[in-house]
Design a protein around this ligand. Structure first.
Ligand code: NAP
Length: 490
């Protein structure tokens, strides 16, 4: 058994799907910086008129790779770009790339997926279920495969309230789903208890792995909600507006002014670098497990990677502490003073949205039209509110997770590995994490560094006065309206 995680890659070749995504990028960076890999093959598709290699060249210019660039300036030489996709059995691969992978790849991290909650069922199935089937088919031909980790989600079986590290029944198999015509009526019927196509297709995929992947050294990794990094390669790194990040960013810039009251509920955020460390550790465990069983494959092991068991964080604390940092360093590009009104009742929510989002949005669109620009605010509000509604299910519901396999894995790591691949969330320091998160959003999402804090604070003071004036005028107008109403009615 290889005791060191870094060493367990033993100069081997790793294949990563989804390497252009949030998790895949971070995984590539950590493997190249800290593990003894020979090289990494990344499956990348051409997109928006850019070839796979053009996309990769742009990607490695990102600040995420700065530390790696300084520690290993020639890291790009360890990367082999495989032009391909998940969309059909051929995966768009050239015969030479396919042959090379069959002969050489030792480890597969399957991260690629569509993570859009509202993706049409047909497309979500094609990418998430059939796409995984194609990667499994390729992996089963690999002559020296030592480990395969499939990245799922902690919410794949979200209709259940207790989620153990187990396979659960799904209403339809991958094979059955492939053979039916997926129209709207069918989608509604088959989705049944699942709130969206993302979690549903992830659940079906897990079951497909149980039947199609049982001959491989395979594990399933289920992370919850991946937030910014805790410390590696730098604190606060992130590059997307998914989930809680989008909500906080919207409030920070004064765009979102009313949000559902989910304060006392748990938001199961996990730091991105910890997630990558856990994912790499799962690969180490998978390889060792397979070795110890003398190559006889057993039921794939599942690892729930969540924060709520060891260090639960409430939405209330997350939003409140983010706001504390907002007062110290608001963003310069704020469109209004950052405030929010919570709603618990959905009808009240719709009324608040009308007054706090739609009316100001329509007014700003009018200004844009008068300035000769295209209107966009109402469209942005519709899109964002739709995202909040999709998140609503995850924000208002609570789950009990069992993460024994992940905790056992952590305990089995040597002290050295625990330092290099930290992923335990026991006594996690949320205070400093939320601070890094706030400044990470400011820097990497809003592209503002700390040099503008003085200017931003001064602008924010003016916005606060404008906001107060507006509140006073609104109260005055409402009182006037009531007074006129009473006068003419009685
Ligand atoms: N982010 C989270 O909070 C979270 C939480 C739990 C689980 N996960 C899981 O973690 C994995 C990675 O998520 P992420 O946040 O990194 O998502 P992401 O940023 O959206 O990345 C998705 C990746 O999948 C690739 N991809 C999608 N469709 C493809 C196709 N048809 N062919 C080839 N590649 C395709 C994308 O490539 P392009 O760049 O070409 O589009 C991208 O590299 C997913 O399996 C997700 O379910 C994520």
């Amino acid at each position: 058994m290889e005791s060191s995680i870094a060493g367990s890659f033993g100069n081997g070749i790793v294949l990563i799907t989804g390497s252009t995504g949030f998790l895949g990028k971070m995984l590539t960076e950590k493997l190249l910086r800290c593990c003894s890999v020979n090289s990494i093959a990344i499956l990348v598709r051409s997109k928006k008129g850019l070839s796979a290699s053009q996309r990769v060249a742009d990607m490695y210019k990102q600040s995420l790779f700065d530390r790696l660039r300084s520690e290993k300036p020639d890291f790009i030489e360890s990367i082999r770009i495989i032009d391909g996709h998940l969309d059909d059995l051929s995966m768009g691969l050239s015969s030479s790339d396919r042959e090379w992978m069959v002969e050489n790849v030792n480890f597969v991290f399957h991260c690629a997926a569509t993570i859009k909650f509202n993706e049409p069922l047909e497309l979500a199935s094609k990418i998430n279920i059939q796409g995984t089937e194609h990667v499994l088919e390729l992996a089963s031909q690999m002559k020296n495969l030592k480990g395969f980790v499939h990245v799922s989600t902690a919410y794949s079986h979200c209709p259940r309230s207790l989620i153990k590290e187990e396979f659960y029944h799904v209403p339809i198999t991958a094979k059955e789903l492939k053979n039916v015509i997926v129209d709207e009526e069918f989608s509604l019927k088959v989705l049944e208890d699942w709130p969206n196509t993302y979690t549903f297709t992830k659940a079906v995929t897990e079951n497909m792995i149980l039947t199609n992947g049982d001959h491989l050294p395979i594990s399933i990794f289920r992370p919850s909600i991946i937030g910014c990094t805790k410390s590696e390669p730098e604190p606060g790194w992130l590059d997307n507006m998914n989930g809680p990040t989008g909500l906080v960013t919207g409030v920070m810039v004064g765009f979102l002014r009313t949000v559902p009251n989910i304060g006392s509920n748990i938001t199961d955020i996990i730091p991105a670098d910890y997630t990558v460390n856990a994912l790499i550790s799962v690969m180490w465990d998978t390889v060792n497990r397979h070795k110890q069983s003398n190559g006889v494959n057993k039921v794939p092991k599942i690892y729930n990677y969540v924060s709520c068991v060891e260090s639960p964080l409430t939405w209330g604390r997350y939003i409140r502490e983010m706001h504390d940092h907002y007062y110290v360093a608001p963003p310069l590009q704020s469109m209004w003073y950052g405030f929010y009104i919570f709603y618990t009742n959905l009808i009240v929510g719709s009324i608040l949205r009308f007054f706090l989002h739609r009316i100001p949005g329509a007014f700003m669109d009018l200004l844009l039209i008068l300035c000769g620009k295209s209107p966009k605010m109402l469209r942005m509000y519709a899109k964002t509110e739709n995202m909040i509604d999709l998140l609503y299910d995850f924000s208002t519901r609570q789950w009990i997770f069992d993460n024994s396999n992940s905790r056992e894995l952590w305990s089995s790591l040597s002290q050295d590995d625990q330092e290099k691949f930290r992923f335990s969330l026991q006594e996690f320091d949320w205070k400093s994490y939320i601070k890094s998160y706030y400044y990470g959003i400011r820097r990497h999402v809003l592209h503002e560094d700390l040099s503008n804090v003085e200017k931003a604070t001064s602008k924010n003071r003016q916005l606060l006065w404008l906001h107060r004036l507006f509140v006073v005028l609104t109260i005055y107008a409402m009182l006037q309206f009531c007074w006129t109403f009473i006068k003419y009615t009685f």
